[in-house]
Design a protein around this ligand. Structure first.
Ligand SMILES: [Zn+2]
Length: 165
């Protein structure tokens, strides 16, 4: 009898530890947008002068370009996708895949330069993807992507530049 209780307690403890680990890793990945601080601050004038209207609307005002209209959804060249505002590397062409959505889609990102924030706007619960260097809005990440990560970074072409290999 005592042995059974002991076993049960051990199992409960193991379950509890597993759950708290999962919760910790989730909260580490999904930062609170109010607490997110980009590494550099780009002033309004710079944003305006560097970007065309669509780039400004997407990166600065969290807009979304129309599907199949962007520069890179159908780009198959090898190279690196960079932030259109500050120029840091964000995605590698090796992780780009055909999502059929009309937006450039990647199964992984350069984690040091890409931050993921909870996004409750438009009545949906989503994960916003931003440039962690300058804070530009890039798109969203969903968990219906291909192997090996199962993730789908759905990114606006207007947020990106492309450095051909
Ligand atoms: Zn940036």
């Amino acid at each position: 009898m005592m042995y059974r209780i002991f076993l049960l307690l051990t199992l409960l403890l193991a379950a509890f530890i597993t759950m708290s680990c999962v919760r910790n890793s989730e909260s580490a990945e999904l930062a609170d947008p109010a607490k997110f601080k980009p590494r550099i601050k780009v002033n309004e004038k710079t944003w305006r002068s560097k970007l065309n209207d669509e780039q400004y609307e997407v990166t600065r005002q969290k807009g979304t370009e129309r599907a199949f209209t962007g520069k890179y959804w159908n780009n198959h060249e090898e190279g690196t996708y960079t932030c259109v505002v500050c120029g840091v590397d964000l995605f590698d062409s090796k992780s780009k895949f055909e999502s059929g959505t009309g937006w450039p889609s990647f199964y992984t990102a350069k984690k040091t330069n890409v931050a993921e924030l909870t996004d409750q706007s438009h009545g949906m619960s989503r994960t916003e993807v931003v440039c962690s260097n300058c804070g530009s809005h890039l798109g969203h990440v969903f968990d219906d992507g291909p192997k090996p990560t199962g993730l789908r970074y759905c990114i606006n072409s207007a947020s990106l530049d492309f450095k051909k290999k």
